[in-house]
Write a protein that binds this ligand. Structure first.
Ligand code: FCB
Length: 445
């Protein structure tokens, strides 16, 4: 256990940021020639979004860019992670580009640079053009090539000013929640589709990295995965085995191809004929070396052989408003696990970490979100603990800059360190934002 103050435990070149994504904050769903995304379409299905809301207005970030840039700068972060809405850049996902849509991201990136903040762009944070979904979406191998074209176009427009370009955010979510469980866009329920989607996401990542390198990319290139250590509910062999299998399915299905060039045997056995179609050469492409691995961490997994959900809350364990157990040590364990599993692992970035809390306590016009503040502090400590053990972590980003559209939870769950009043669009930094700003000010000294 280190006795140093937390801000002394990070090097001076550490990347500190806040993160958002296009669909969750931009709004302006039909402005300036933007095409329809699968999330625009999905939200219109009755019953899929908890508060029957959508992303039409969201945080109106598209129309409040300058104010939001100043807000980001006021926190003292040196990086901002955002995503580009593919249908804003290219309404149909192929063919014509939309100069007005791209101009928005140019203003965003230039505005960041002007304020001394590094731009971390993500190409796919789930809002695929609906026109491509109509042709099969990520299950269709042609979408892989459409994505590479899009990546090259964005790189040509913005790449000279972005510190990093991430291909995909959380392919597991797109594959499993979107295409197997159907609770996220595009709402498909099919295991075979899910597995093919996951393969095409990984393949398009590798091809895009190769294409951008060939184009002389100046940004760091990587991918972002949502990962959790999976722990057995008891020491019984059946639970241990079940935890191993969930880890293989959720984590190694993504990290083994990226860093070993193969899919885990135990998952291929389990899925049998549902296994994805893999063409010769695909695995070598997926394994293309990258500059960083982004990690989104929220909670650990606890697995028992009977398949029952581990209800942390009923066990009296601390949980966030999502019902996810608050378990900071899991972040340290996860970072160490990855470091030990893959000798060729690139430096890791924690690209998302944060908590949803009810934010009920206003004191003097400000939300006293001490639960969120504590969440951030303990998880940043966990990152420092992993670094003490020799794990190379180069950055940490809070999810999220501000409250926003939390997918199937609509606007009911708030992850922001800045509060949004959706009636007035007023932005109010919470106690956690003040804490983060003060922490970064100490770190800078
Ligand atoms: C992650 C997503 C992000 C946000 C957080 C809470 O899975 O990448 O958009 O919704 O969860």
């Amino acid at each position: 256990m280190s006795k140093l103050p937390l801000h002394h435990r990070f090097p001076k070149d550490f990347v500190w940021g806040v993160a958002t994504s296009s669909f969750q904050i931009e709004g302006a769903a039909h402005a300036d020639g933007k095409g329809e995304s699968i999330w625009d379409r999905f939200c219109r299905q009755p019953g899929v979004i908890a508060d029957a809301s959508n992303g039409d207005v969201a945080c109106d970030h598209y129309n409040r860019l300058e104010e939001d840039l100043d807000l980001i700068a006021s926190l003292g972060v040196n990086a901002y992670r955002f995503s580009i809405a593919w249908p804003r850049a290219q309404p149909l996902g192929e063919g014509a580009w939309n100069p007005k849509g791209l101009a928005f991201y140019e203003r965003l990136v230039d505005g960041l640079l002007l304020r001394g903040i590094r731009a971390y762009a993500t190409l796919n944070h789930w809002d695929l053009p609906q026109a491509l979904q109509d042709k099969g979406g990520w299950e269709n191998r042609d979408t892989v090539h459409r994505f590479v074209d899009y990546a090259r176009h964005v790189n040509a427009a913005l790449g000279d000013r972005c510190a990093a370009i991430t291909t995909h955010n959380e392919p597991w979510v797109v594959a499993v929640l979107g295409n197997e469980q159907g609770v996220f866009a595009p709402g498909i329920r099919n295991r075979k589709t899910m597995l093919q989607v996951s393969h095409h996401l990984l393949l398009s990542h590798g091809l895009a990295v190769q294409a951008l390198r060939a184009d002389g990319a100046r940004s760091q290139l990587g991918i972002v995965l949502n990962l959790a250590p999976q722990m057995p509910a008891t020491a019984m062999p059946a639970d241990v085995k079940a935890a191993h299998q969930v880890d293989a399915r959720n984590r190694r299905w993504y990290t083994d191809p990226l860093f070993k060039g193969l899919y885990p045997e135990e998952v291929l056995e389990e899925v049998g004929a549902d296994a994805p179609k893999v063409e010769p050469g695909d695995m070598a492409v997926i394994q293309t070396p990258m500059d960083y691995l982004g990690i989104n961490y929220y909670s650990r997994g606890v697995v028992s052989a009977d398949g029952k959900d581990w209800d942390a809350k009923s066990r009296g364990l601390p949980v966030s408003e999502m019902g996810w157990e608050i378990y900071p040590e899991g972040l340290r364990d996860l970072l160490c696990l990855l470091h030990n599993d893959y000798p060729n692992l690139p430096p890791m970035h924690v690209t998302e970490n944060g908590g949803a809390f009810p934010d009920a306590k206003w004191v003097d016009g400000r939300i006293e979100d001490l639960d969120r503040l504590d969440y951030l502090q303990t998880h940043i400590t966990a990152v420092a603990d992993a670094m003490d053990q020799g794990v190379k972590v180069v950055g940490y980003m809070v999810w999220s800059l501000m409250d926003n559209f939390e997918w199937s939870s609509g606007y009911l769950k708030r992850f922001g360190i800045v509060h949004i009043d959706y009636d007035t669009q007023k932005r109010t930094p919470k106690a956690s934002a003040h804490w983060y700003r003060d922490f970064l000010a100490y770190w800078k000294r």
